[in-house]
Design a protein around this ligand. Structure first.
Ligand SMILES: *Cc1c(COP(=O)(O)O)cnc(C)c1O
Ligand SMILES: [Zn+2]
Length: 560
């Protein structure tokens, strides 16, 4: 069943100028502002019981079509974008001491990033306007998503990308038939070149966050998250609204379109009576291009542009966020939030942790988000019961070589076999013998299965370690004697043979006294207990959040 023809207005985000929506406005006729929002008749949707009406519709972005700026459904260009899963990140949550950590898996869109939402709405609107040739500037993913949707909509697309964009991404744009113009310069310079080209050919240019469709497409993230959280098992009781807002929305930001759209979506849901609040917004930027983070930390409502971004992560290299930062700043003042940065190296490390712990492989821009999340958890910005949703904004695409470093593959050289089809068994065996197996062996002695599993995960996620677990002190001593690990990590409080006895036994044995020991404990030690450990162990760690890095650091140090 279709709802009656909608009554949509446009509203200037600066001066509030309001007009009936017929076609998108490039800027406000009153004040010149370029970020303009669509306004829907939420009161009548509420009266028509919109929530009940959409219940039977398939998942996906167009499920919420009454809240998107398109007049005629016949113009929809869709490939099943939106409707992405909201995954509970149990192990990552355990590591960060966050019970209700969720990943909104936007990698699962048709071209692998959340720009598919933007492309579907923007290209649909442009088709409705009868546009058949257009220009877009991009840090990568917009070009890919627009290229795919433009191909379906028979729109000729000119993409302008900075030369920082990885070659594989550029080729992905080209495969859809779009023109690729590589600009040696920053994203801001690339946008200027694209604008000049569009003017000279009299072509429509998509202005990203400054086009109505972009921000509107991002509101659907809010709708989906709220609808999915309402049905998520295992959450503490909510506010009693039909849908549910998380406490935090976390995203890697470049231009800021995502969080601005998400905040608008939640404001609309409040007016529809579906949720009770807008979540706190966390924006994470790449350290080498973090104008928003700098302004936020200085308490400023206007960001100073970064003119020469120093990051490998092209997706996040918007140096001048302009008005978008001001809008975000206002939202953060009103609803709470935070801005953090992370280095490229921290992002690459986070990529590995996320992939090995949760089975999720992400592109560097998304890894920045997770690296920022880890930092925020470490400094105690979240409460253990907070419901946190992280936008997992893009798939690893491609696996850029700096993520894995040099040692990701092992080489077997069989060139001595002289190109024979059947390789002599001996040749193969001796080649295999030369595979470097200098993996460090770590024994974990820990009677709480969850804690043991968590440590094992942390170690495996960081690679290069072979791990064995014993669940009590006696079995631990037995494991060390039999397996001769390079390092022992032990708990103190265990029934029968406790950690103190394990340490005393190993240190009293010629053969094993040189193996370093790390103690991980939840116990406050008495002075007498400290004496018993003194001089015998390499380090003492407290169980709980932040354990990941501390643990790894002690391990790396004690294995040197
Ligand atoms: C575009 C993009 C971002 C940044 O989005 P904004 O909300 O526009 O700042 C983050 N991650 C990925 C993968 C992106 O494609
Ligand atoms: Zn205005």
């Amino acid at each position: 069943m279709s709802l009656p023809r909608r009554n949509i207005h446009l509203r200037c985000t600066y001066c509030g100028y309001r007009t009936v929506y017929e076609r998108p406005l490039a800027s406000c006729p009153e004040c010149g502002e370029t970020i303009i929002e669509a306004e829907y008749d939420l009161q009548s949707l509420k009266e028509l019981n919109w929530v009940e009406q959409i219940r039977a519709r398939p998942a996906g972005l167009w499920r919420y079509r009454e809240l998107l700026p398109l007049h005629d459904e016949a113009n929809i260009v869709s490939m099943g974008e939106g409707g992405t899963p909201l995954l509970h990140a149990r192990k990552l949550g355990m590591m960060l001491d966050l019970k209700h950590l969720y990943i909104k898996d936007e990698r699962q869109g048709p071209t692998g990033s959340f720009k598919d939402r933007q492309a579907s709405v923007a290209i649909s609107v442009l088709r409705e306007l009868g546009i058949d040739e257009m220009v877009v500037a991009s840090t990568g993913n917009v070009a890919i998503a627009y290229a795919a949707y433009a191909a379906r909509a028979d729109i000729k697309l000119w993409t302008f990308v900075t030369s920082m964009v990885p070659g594989d991404k550029m080729r992905e744009v080209a495969i859809y038939g779009a023109e690729v113009i590589k600009v040696t310069g920053t994203y801001e310079e690339t946008k200027a070149v694209a604008a000049r080209f569009a003017r000279s050919r009299n072509l429509y240019i998509d202005k990203g966050i400054k086009s109505i469709a972009a921000v509107e497409s991002m509101t659907t993230l809010a709708y989906e998250i709220a609808e999915q959280l309402a049905a998520a098992p295992g959450l503490p009781p909510g506010p009693g609204t039909p849908w549910r807002a998380p406490d935090w929305y976390v995203q890697g930001v470049s231009g800021g379109m995502g969080p601005i759209g998400v905040a608008k979506g939640f404001r609309e849901l409040i007016r529809l009576g579906l949720v009770d609040k807008v979540p706190a917004l966390a924006g994470i930027q790449s350290e080498g291009c973090a104008p928003m983070v700098h302004a936020f930390q200085a308490g400023q409502s206007v960001a100073t542009p970064v003119t020469t971004p120093k990051t490998l992560i092209a997706t996040l290299a918007t140096g001048d966020p302009g008005r978008a930062y001001q809008l975000l700043w206002e939202q953060v003042q009103q609803h709470g939030g935070y801005m953090a940065d992370a280095s490229d190296q921290e992002a690459f490390a986070a990529t590995r942790v996320l992939a090995r712990m949760e089975g999720i492989s992400v592109e560097p821009a998304t890894a920045v988000t997770f690296a920022g999340l880890f930092k925020m958890a470490r400094v105690g910005l979240f409460k253990p019961d907070d419901v946190i949703v992280v936008n997992c904004s893009g798939h690893t695409f491609p696996v850029e070589k700096q993520i894995l470093g040099e040692e990701w593959a092992r080489q077997v050289d069989v060139s001595g076999a002289g190109g024979q089809v059947s390789l002599p068994e001996e040749g193969l065996l001796s080649a295999l013998d030369h595979i470097n197996t200098s993996v460090r062996k770590i024994a974990i002695i820990e009677d709480t299965p969850d804690a043991a599993r968590l440590m094992m995960r942390i170690l495996q996620a960081n690679g290069g370690y072979e791990v064995n677990v014993a669940h009590d002190g006696a079995a631990g001593i037995e494991l060390v004697r039999r397996w001769r690990p390079d390092l022992v990590i032990t708990d103190l409080m265990m029934p029968d043979v406790d950690g103190f006895q394990v340490i005393e036994t190993l240190k009293g044995d010629e053969d094993f006294r040189d193996i370093p020991i790390i103690v991980v404990t939840a116990k406050e030690l008495t002075p007498h207990e400290r004496d018993r450990l003194n001089g015998r162990i390499t380090s003492l760690l407290q169980k709980g959040s932040g354990m990941n890095e501390e643990l790894l650091q002690s391990i790396v140090e004690s294995l040197q």
